[in-house]
Design a protein around this ligand. Structure first.
Ligand code: SF4
Length: 365
């Protein structure tokens, strides 16, 4: 039997009571939790926060969230915003696909749901970027629907609480955890309960060194009883990330630098960047520039190297600098900007870093 402890009604009731009590005392004041005079949260705020919180810590999200809803206060404002504005507001938060999905979701909400964030899990899951977890979170937090959630935090808490001795990445275990989450979510205050579970995972039942001694559910936690909290949950080992080199070639003509926009698909799509060769080797860069931009440039000089980790790849960026000798920029392949005049364009984190390094290199004689 995968789950040793039986989920009796008494056990479920006790967990709900204890967790909601704990949440009442320890919940963090977060901007997307603000309520109106009738005690309701803004579903649009919940939608934006859930998009931002995927793969990102609460403390990082707060400032981004405030800036975002300040500039785009309604779902209609987001739907009609230029994508470059949305990406610019997201700049630094990473996983930019989330911003594009959120933008697409807002358009669909305006077109098909009269600019109201839908309340049912099924309708929410029709929106771009909304999976079962986000749909459950929005439906429960914004509309009080008793829909379960299962993110990394909740899976860890439940796997320990039930002392599951199988990998929580296994589809069967995942399915079972969803069933457990469904059994646990109460008909009354489901949003608070779900947030309590997530908050417990973020603040107490942390991946390393869980704070079992101060945990409100310790006396019904199997892992605490078995002294296995530090060992659980079990995970399936991931493949080592692939290592690749990307060459960033800063090409200048006078005091202006060439920028290009990434394509509509793939990593960092539609973001701007200093021309970056992802396939060419260092010795091919001059030819690469000629082929892509129609420019003849001086032999690139190495400025700096730095690393960047994505979920599947370890990227080593090499920043080069070179100067235009001849040729005209091929139409539509890029634009020239001064280093101090790029604030309106969205750049992904590594490119932002490259721009800073370039700026420092230019300042240093
Ligand atoms: Fe997690 Fe420890 Fe609490 Fe169990 S007692 S839920 S392992 S923090």
């Amino acid at each position: 039997m995968m789950i040793k402890a039986k989920l009796t009604t008494a056990r479920i009731t006790r967990l709900r009571r204890v967790l909601l009590q704990w949440y009442g005392q320890h919940r963090r004041q977060l901007p997307w939790r603000a309520t109106d005079s009738r005690g309701r949260v803004d579903p649009y705020h919940v939608l934006v926060s859930e998009a931002m919180l995927q793969q990102t810590q609460v403390v990082t999200v707060v400032d981004y969230f405030n800036r975002f809803v300040d500039r785009l206060p309604t779902v209609r404002a987001l739907a009609t915003a230029d994508e470059q504005v949305v990406l610019r507001l997201w700049q630094g938060l990473g996983y930019y696909r989330r911003a594009q999905h959120l933008h697409a979701a807002a358009k669909m909400i305006v077109d098909e749901f009269d600019a109201r964030v839908p309340s049912s899990v099924d309708q929410l899951m029709r929106l771009a970027g909304i999976g079962q977890y986000s749909a459950g979170a929005i439906a429960s937090i914004a509309y009080g629907r008793a829909s379960p959630i299962l993110d990394g935090n909740v899976a860890r808490v439940l796997a320990r609480w039930l002392a599951i001795e199988q990998s929580i990445d296994a589809p069967k275990v995942r399915d079972r955890l969803w069933q457990v989450a469904q059994q646990l979510v109460p008909p009354s205050r489901p949003g608070d309960f779900n947030q309590a579970l997530m908050e417990l995972g973020q603040l107490v039942c942390t991946p390393k060194r869980p704070q079992c001694k101060t945990c409100p559910v310790a006396n019904q936690c199997r892992a605490y009883k078995d002294d296995s909290a530090n060992r659980l949950p079990l995970r399936t080992p991931r493949r080592a990330p692939q290592q690749v080199f990307h060459h960033i070639v800063a090409i200048h003509r006078g005091d202006k630098y060439l920028l290009e926009q990434r394509g509509a698909k793939g990593l960092w799509s539609q973001m701007w960047q200093i021309p970056t060769a992802e396939q060419a080797s260092a010795s091919q860069l001059t030819q690469w520039v000629k082929d892509h931009f129609g420019l003849t440039v001086t032999r690139p000089r190495k400025v700096k190297t730095f690393g960047h980790q994505t979920s599947h790849r370890t990227i080593k960026f090499v920043l080069w600098c070179s100067c235009v000798q001849a040729g005209r920029l091929r139409r539509g392949s890029g634009l020239w900007r001064r280093l101090d005049a790029m604030d309106d364009l969205p750049f992904a984190n590594p490119q932002h870093r490259a721009l800073k390094l370039l700026h420092d290199a230019v300042q240093t004689p």
